[in-house]
Write a protein that binds this ligand. Sequence first.
Ligand code: 3PG
Length: 306
Amino acid sequence: MKKVLVATEKPFAAAAVNGIREEIEGAGHELVLLEKYTDKAQLLDAVKDADAMIIRSDKVDAEVLDAAKNLKIVVRAGAGYDNIDLEAATAHKVVAENTPGQNSNAVAELVFGLLVFAVRNFYNGKSGSELMGKKLGILAFGNVGRNVARIAKGFGMDVLAYDAYCPKEAIEAAGVKAVDSQEELFEASDIVSLHIPATAETKNSINRALVGKMPKGAILVNTARKEVINEAELLALLAERDDLKYLTDIMPERDAEFRQFEGRYFSTPKKMGAQTAEANANAGIAAARQINAFFKDGCTKFQVNR
Ligand code: 3PG
């Protein structure tokens, strides 16, 4: 019997936790919950005797891995795994996995929730505009980007995409216009939706030079990671251009300064993209099944620290 810890500062919906429990206990393991913890010390204590861990955006760094003496596998129930120190996991002989695609529709739907809210002037009673006919540029054509494209077509938008790691043909096969560079995407799009992960290459990459290329009345929407934004440069650009809007599901470090752009800036108070009953269940249960498959058969199909 293995001990599986679910450590979620932002908890899953109750039904998802029940589903995870059924999977883990059904395979003969024990489930332990650490939800809404406020202090790293609580996490360090909870991981002490865990053989496996399910997390969300919770940070698993070298200190956590040092404390987790029995840990063999950590599964990030979600897409981005920038919250796991992959090198440290490898050094500790811990398999790190994610559950790609399981919460992507939820994130994509939130993009449109934010967009409709913004083009209708945050529901302030004044006349707004529509998404139909607008050019939507999708930066990175992964699971979320593809869902964004599907929904955008329903709105009657013109959809463009750029992905440094996805051939143009694959984008075009999804009925989306593929452009040749990030610069071209920003230049051609009324709205740009970010779906890049936070990596050494992408951090701070969404800067003044790029966003400044967008046409008048442009909107930048970020449901990816706050780290990809060069906050100082975006703040400067918002000050310079009173036609530009920034919508985000990941509150910037400099939220207080962004708030001065009332009517052109909105941040959710807590990251809400994947926070639906369906996405919680899909990602949480997938994580539980991956852990069961790892202990039963040594399966590491979704390993990200090879
Ligand atoms: C992801 O990478 O899967 C999303 O950003 C969702 O993150 P969350 O599980 O913390 O809501």
